[in-house]
Design a protein around this ligand. Structure first.
Ligand SMILES: Cc1ncc(COP(=O)(O)O)c(C=O)c1O
Length: 385
């Protein structure tokens, strides 16, 4: 049986089936890896809809349809990394255009904007996008994009998606949200009127720390047409095998996200009571400054917690003493990871700018995995001693 959109699938069903009809020749239930760079034309000018592997690949198409459905969007586009997806979004704009961006974004996004895209004549203003008033103030006559990360990496700040989309629509400015931290399971920015959703699928979407990937989702026909053109023209597309692995991983996305969320919520509550911890950043805590907005637009709070331990020395001692949490870049995998953003993921952001957003040298980011909560708690409590 072919499952069509008319079946109105719920999230867990979509995660298993969306975009993945049984393969036509054999009926293979699992979408095969179409490991080919090109396709034979029956006659000159007669293709079966497939011409060249950069332009189209059936394994990638299945993944693109799947992620589009998970984000309640019409079109999905996959890339070889999250950064390739970010690059494709900014490639929609031209010399002289201005972009308003969250002042706390992934360090690689800031590096791309400041060290590469500025050289191509784009201008950027960074503001705390959790304050919609600051976004409005930053808008100039040549502003073409509002780029928001919510929750932010690593300070877990939340921007009001409805407010961001309202500003964009009233001023005819495109909006893009990096939804990496929530995954489509906990937050769907298109539902709030956002134009483009971005993910580093390296993180929760793949969730097993074995693939680098990115994706973009939109429901806007003209944006989709331009993204398709850029995807093919820039060419940073994922390999068929990586698409296969991500499709496979998505089948358990809802189960993984729930487990990440449950473990992180328990750890955040416990850390908030520990006097060795100066501050806990987790949108699920009622003390989080945007907890109410988080509750309104997210159906869970995710698996990332940041903590302030007060100094680099204390942060280092804590990381070095952990046994289950591995010290590593990245996040969102089933295995628990710990990172020191100022010296790792956000090292390319100038120290003064990091400190302005509270990203001081005592900040540690925990990516809480799906291991037994008792083991994770023990590991953290031992390291804090
Ligand atoms: C929020 C966020 N967006 C984008 C990226 C970039 O993704 P990738 O590392 O897959 O290129 C990252 C990477 O850590 C990230 O955390």
């Amino acid at each position: 049986m072919v499952i069509t959109k008319q079946h109105k699938m719920r999230f867990k069903t979509k995660a298993v089936h969306a975009g993945q009809e049984p393969e036509e020749i054999t009926g293979a239930v699992t979408t095969p890896i179409f490991q080919t760079s090109t396709y034979s034309n029956k006659k000159l000018g007669e293709t079966k809809g497939f011409d060249y592997g950069r332009t189209i690949n059936p394994t990638r198409t299945a993944l693109e349809k799947c992620i589009a459905e998970l984000e309640n969007g019409k079109y999905g586009f996959c890339f070889s990394s999250g950064m390739a997806a970010v690059h494709t979004v900014v490639a929609l704009f031209q010399k002289g255009d201005h972009i308003v961006c969250s002042d706390n974004v992934y360090g690689g996004t800031y590096r791309l904007y400041e060290q590469i895209m500025r050289n191509f004549g784009l201008d950027f203003t960074y503001v705390d996008t959790s304050d919609a008033g600051l976004i409005e103030k930053a808008v100039k006559p040549n502003t073409k994009l509002i780029y928001v990360e919510t929750p932010t990496n690593p300070m877990l700040g939340i921007s009001d998606l409805e407010a961001v989309s309202k500003i964009g629509k009233s001023k005819n400015i495109m909006t893009c949200v990096d939804n990496t931290f929530m995954s489509p399971y906990f937050q769907n920015p298109l539902d709030f009127g956002i134009d483009i959703v971005l993910h580093s699928s390296t993180k929760y979407i793949n969730g097993h720390c074995d693939v680098i990937g990115g994706c973009l989702i939109t429901s806007d026909d003209s944006i989709a047409e331009r993204l398709k053109f850029l995807q093919n023209s820039i060419g940073s597309v994922p390999a068929p095998f990586d698409c296969f692995l991500i499709l496979r991983a998505i089948k358990t996305l809802p189960l993984r996200m729930q487990a990440h969320n449950d473990n992180a919520a328990a750890i955040a509550e416990s850390l908030a009571k520990n006097d060795k911890v100066v501050k806990v950043f987790y949108p699920g805590l009622t003390t989080h400054p945007q907890h109410k907005i988080a509750k309104k637009q997210m159906s869970g709070f995710g698996g990332i917690i940041s903590i302030d331990l007060g100094s680099y020395e204390k942060a280092k001692t804590f990381c070095d003493k952990l046994r289950i949490f591995q010290i590593a870049e990245s996040l969102g995998g089933v295995e628990s990871l710990v990172c020191h953003p100022p010296s790792m993921t956000h090292g390319s952001i100038p120290k003064e700018m990091r400190e302005e957003i509270g990203l001081t040298d005592g900040i540690i980011r925990l990516s809480v995995g799906i291991e037994d909560i008792e083991d994770l708690m023990e590991d953290i409590n031992n390291a804090l001693k």
